[in-house]
Design a protein around this ligand. Sequence first.
Ligand code: NAD
Length: 428
Amino acid sequence: MSSHHQIPSYLTPHETGPWSVYLEQIDRVTPYLGHLSRWVETLKRPKRILIVDVPIERDDGSISHFEGYRVQHNTSRGPGKGGVRFHQDVTLSEVMALSAWMTIKNSAVNVPYGGAKGGVRVDPKTLSRGELMRMTRRYTSEIGIIIGPDKDIPAPDVNTNEQTMAWMMDTYSMNEGRTATGVVTGKPISLGGSLGRREATGRGVFVVGCEAAAKRGLNIAGSKVAVQGFGNVGGIAARLFSDAGAKIVAVQDHGGTIFHSNGLDAHKLLEHVEINGSVAGFAGAEAVIPSEEFWSVDCDILIPAALEQQITEKNAHKIRAKIILEGANGPTTPEADDILSDKGVLVVPDVIANAGGVTVSYFEWVQDFSSYFWSEDEINQRLTRIMKEAFNSVWHVTEDKKVSLRTAAFIIGCSRVLQAREVRGLYP
Ligand code: NAD
């Protein structure tokens, strides 16, 4: 990765984390931004970063402190919006990059939000349910000074779910002295959550996957699919591809990598993960394979749906898939993008491929504001329409400008943000 980027003083000077990946992506799109490139620096600096100490009393009476973040990358087009991640490897660079990708994504699919993201550096598996609840509540209270239904709206991400959102919504509401359902999305249905939200990201991955497959003349029925990460995004995407007749030949998660040449039973695997927390030990696998072999598995479609910087210059040349659908945010480094492009692999970038989640989050927020709830059919139809339109607009730019889908999505996403910036003008 080029090291000429100006790294802010609050990151290490030799930053090579996700924020550097994002800056490189911005450099690649800048030549296509025309007169708006005058404003591009605004995308290279998060608007606001809040770092909080999150102390909790453990069940044994001891005290633990965790590091929490909320980054609002950009709010030119609307309030901040983006998930909250609980993971032992969360860093400021990661949360900054994730918040920036939210800005680009929300703009690329044209939902009226800026970009934000949050995280706590903790392995939630090491906490009891009570400890997890106290940690979530304290974190919410600490970031409560900058979030709100019309300021910044968190949602689930890695290791957070509907229960996390319910605790966040309750904590914010208690502090405000009123029930504020619209402060988070991805809530349980009983608290103003939306039908279809839990499946939305995986469903969006599937919808754009079908569009991409059609462009490449690939039939989903009978195709071979490999998935990294079998959580909310990867698990649902795998199920939908399998229901459409694809074979899920390999799945990798934090616990191991399993393989079946004739396809794993996605429904049974979901049940197994629900009970055991990982794909490890699944009886329906033909083989357990070493984690590095996952990348060279014979497949047509590869879906990274776990963490950032998984597809790098070290493994990109091994990949045999024709199409990569980025369920995860930032799974592919710029160097790997170049290798894949030379090999003719079609990479559908995160900012389009996984935008189904924030799209239905937007529907949830709208439903909360109007206190009028839509049917699941209506939600899925609207989601499918928006995802197809977004994919096809990006495809059009790709053909027109002879650029990758990622650069095309960034051209659309960055242009809308910078147009808003320009017309608003600088304050004061
Ligand atoms: P999740 O917590 O439900 O699942 C995460 C999965 O990744 C698990 O299967 C876990 O075992 C696996 N994993 C973790 N570390 C791993 C490792 N080192 N190697 C292999 N697998 C590993 O999280 P999720 O919500 O499915 O999020 C997955 C990705 O999708 C993230 O990049 C997230 O930012 C992105 N995303 C999520 C949403 C959403 O609505 N939840 C929306 C857009 C993008």
